[in-house]
Design a protein around this ligand. Structure first.
Ligand code: 5GP
Ligand code: ZN
Length: 112
């Protein structure tokens, strides 16, 4: 997909600190980290928002990928937060579905 920063990361046109990759998904560190651990898990398929997909397998896989990374990195028991911002009121800036994983400190609730 042209004009998509995350497709550019998938294609290697823009560098990113990759954490995990397979045929379906990519996980990489968020460039503007909001917590000691803050990474994004994205499908390699360009899907603009959660409203645009009924692909339960792929949408589920990004959650499972985040949990596997949490276990691998050793913060799964302390805990973490998964967030998928959708459209304007959700604060979505990049229109390629991505799951934020935040961890490593006590996270506030509710979000602002
Ligand atoms: P959104 O508000 O759309 O849910 O969040 C987009 C996230 O993508 C933000 O947290 C932002 O810091 C991150 N981001 C935007 N551009 C880049 C980039 O080029 N590289 C990386 N690693 N993260 C990015
Ligand atoms: Zn894309």
């Amino acid at each position: 997909m042209s004009n998509c920063i995350f497709c550019d990361i998938i294609e290697g046109k823009i560098p990113a600190e990759k954490i995990f990759e397979d045929d379906d998904v990519l996980a990489f560190k968020d460039v503007n980290s909001q917590a000691p651990y803050h990474f994004l898990v994205i499908p390699k398929l360009h899907i603009p928002t959660l409203n645009d997909s009924d692909n339960a397998e792929l949408i589920g896989k990004i959650s499972i990928t985040a949990s596997l990374i949490a276990k691998q990195e050793g913060f799964s028991e302390d805990g973490y937060r998964l967030v998928m911002n959708t459209n304007k009121d959700g604060g979505q800036i990049v229109f390629h579905i991505h799951l934020h994983c935040l961890a490593g400190r006590q996270l506030g609730w509710p979000p602002g």
